[in-house]
Design a protein. Structure first.
Length: 59
């Protein structure tokens, strides 16, 4: 299981990806756009190719 924290804003979103045991795996920012969300998907699927293994939390 992976945990994805998303700090939501109007024009950009800060992303933190953590492993199930609490290790920080990735930390990045995406733009609030189609391209930004495609980047998010690509980066997450590098950790695991099964979307069901991600728990996403939005602040």
């Amino acid at each position: 299981m992976y945990f994805v924290g998303i700090d939501w804003a109007d024009t950009k979103h800060d992303i933190l990806v953590m492993s199930g045991d609490g290790r920080e795996l990735d930390n990045f920012t995406i733009q609030h756009s189609k391209d930004g969300f495609e980047i998010l998907e690509t980066k997450l699927l590098k950790h695991d190719d099964n979307p069901k293994n991600f728990c996403c939390l939005i602040e």
